[in-house]
Design a protein around this ligand. Structure first.
Ligand code: SF4
Ligand code: SF4
Length: 297
């Protein structure tokens, strides 16, 4: 089931069709074509679970498929940015490159972004386009911050005699790209099932806040990064996707909500708090949001 309602800036809910017919506030919160694009982007017409749906928590995907939920058009603009990047490539894909083809197997379906000769002589390169934050890029690049002693001590005040520290950026950390790697590797499997050879995989990640000081402080000093993605075992991936598809199908057939998304899937509750469109229909999401409200008041 797609999102059926928008949150207006004053917090009121309005049916999307009603909003597109006429704004209840008199003046729209954004241009009508932008609202139409947001509405279209949330109206998916694919029945089988997609690769991205199966990577998300089963509960989140189940609720999105079974609930008439409400979205904030402003938050949905990030998804439109990603679609815009795909749009600018249209018309520049020559005959040797495949783009945005939806492939499926008995478990799932997925639409890869680019396949062919993308970076060098390799004609079997699978590429994915991302628009993301400097925070996510910092983690994907393996950058992290750590307190290091400055060699000086406080000369006065309550901390007199204590060591002074400063935050320093290091670039030798773990590269947090697992979700991207799982997604791209399953597209690889889908391509290989069709007889295409995939020799290399890369993410081309554009930084959406690249001009801000916070990005520079995170070591993100370019607007675009090419990130290599390693091969993941087919055996593991196929088992993982089959399991996720089974959990989702059982929930859809029985109408019983799946267990709470794993801590990783719910970004250790950050997603429940701010980024999950169906949190209002999830007991865990409601608890997380209510306890955050209590802390503020
Ligand atoms: S245009 Fe914005 S303010 Fe007007 S009804 Fe739609 S969501 Fe609400
Ligand atoms: S609120 Fe959290 S636990 Fe509930 S569906 Fe959303 S991400 Fe999953």
């Amino acid at each position: 089931m797609p999102a059926t309602k928008f949150f207006c800036p004053d917090g009121q809910e309005v049916p999307i069709s009603g909003c597109l017919d006429g704004c209840r506030c008199g003046t729209r919160c954004m241009f009508l074509p932008t609202l139409r694009a947001v509405a279209k982007s949330s109206d998916r017409k694919i029945d089988e679970p997609t690769v991205t749906e199966l990577i998300s928590g089963s509960r989140e995907t189940y609720l999105k498929k079974t609930t008439e939920y409400t979205i904030d058009p402003e938050s949905a603009l990030y998804a439109l940015q990603g679609q815009g990047i795909h749009g600018i490539h249209e018309g520049f894909i020559d005959g040797d490159i495949l783009s945005e083809v939806r492939l499926k197997d008995g478990t799932t379906s997925g639409k890869f972004d680019l396949y062919g000769q993308l970076l060098d002589e390799d004609t079997g390169c699978l590429g994915d386009l991302k628009v993301t934050s400097s925070y996510k890029l910092m983690r994907a690049m393996g950058y992290y911050k750590k307190s290091v002693p400055t060699g000086e001590v406080y000369k006065t005040g309550a901390r007199k005699g204590q060591q002074k520290y400063r935050q320093e950026l290091f670039t030798d950390g773990v590269k947090y790209v697992m979700d991207w790697a799982i997604q791209l590797n399953y597209y690889r499997i889908l391509l290989e099932q069709q007889g295409f050879e995939v020799n290399s995989m890369y993410i081309q990640a554009m930084c959406r806040d690249g001009s801000l000081r916070i990005a520079a402080e995170r070591g993100i000093d370019k607007n675009i990064y090419i990130i290599p993605i390693k091969k993941i075992s087919d055996h593991w991936l196929i088992r993982y996707f089959k399991h996720k598809a089974k959990v989702l199908k059982e929930a859809m057939d029985s109408g019983k909500i799946p267990k709470v998304c794993s801590s990783k899937e719910r970004w250790h509750d950050k997603k429940c708090l701010n980024y999950c469109d169906v949190a209002d229909y999830c007991d865990h999401g409601l608890v997380v949001r209510q306890s955050a409200q209590k802390k503020v008041s």
